[in-house]
Design a protein around this ligand. Sequence first.
Ligand code: FAD
Length: 317
Amino acid sequence: MKVIDHIRQANKPLISFEILPPLKGKTINSIFDHLDPLMEFKPSFINVTYHRSEHVFKKKADGTFDKVEVRKRPGTVGICAAIMNHYKVDAVPHLICGGFNKRETEDALIDLNFIGVDNVLVLRGDAAKNETVFEPEPGGNRYALDLMKQVVNLNNGIYLEEDIRDGFRTKFCIGVAGYPEKHFEAPNLQSDLDWLKAKVEAGAEYVVTQMFFDNQKYFDFVKRCREAGIEIPIIPGLKPITNKKQLSVIPRTFHVDIPTELSNEILKAKTDGDVEQVGSEWLLQQSKELKAANVPVLHYYTLGKPKVIYNAVKELV
Ligand code: FAD
């Protein structure tokens, strides 16, 4: 079922989770172990992130290095099939521009359609680890907007081959990312909002936000979107802080602020368990306020910490 239909049919905020594919070499059971406890909350859908390959240097016997391409977290399409089969819940694969040309993307979309996936979250992806700025793959999409147009074309039966202009019409419900604190490359909030609006006009049916730790940032973002004529559901993305290192890693990686009150509490915590307790409590308070504001969905980035999320959601529902 489409995410947008889940939202339309709901009379209270839904719950959803995002997971990462396991590192290459691990089994699908690591995903099930991660999700099993969270299924108690009957999530409406589960997002599965997509990861491009990276260049790594492998040392050879003679002391020189070989540059090889490695995809550390493959398997997004297969994991979606496994989740839908195992839990009978909708899976939402992320689809990225980076590292893929349009033909590979089209093949992935055809696979997703054949396994019964109704949704995609369309993203640009970040620059490869060896690049300072994002560069599309030769023959690939540059912006999420371009990738969206490719998905919309497939929904209209238009494939890359010029002789398939009236092929099978897929029915993907398309979500896109939004940034309450601005995407780090955007020159200003207005320009970022203008591009978000372009994604909506091109066919996006809902937005999922980057994580934020101050709900006011989300409420302000929703207000700005509404004033700009963006009417689609805006799903808040939530993540708990679970260790002290994240106080610098999260702002550096995701370009979001951590409120003083939260960072002070984390710094005061004596053990790792205390930090998790503070992170879980903060997540619970954020969730309660967002639930009271009747957001469409509470979307949790689990990122290897399902227990902290479990504790907060258990208190919430
Ligand atoms: P875009 O919408 O393409 O925007 C990128 C930048 O360009 C912005 O600054 C925007 O203002 C600007 N812009 C947009 N369109 C245009 C245009 N046509 N012309 C000029 N400027 C434009 N990354 C992964 O690799 N895998 C994942 O699974 C993944 N999941 C994510 C899930 C969520 C909910 C979020 C919020 C992010 C996720 N990311 C993931 C990270 C994401 O790929 C990065 O944040 C990336 O830098 C931007 O992606 P985007 O889709 O927002 O890009």
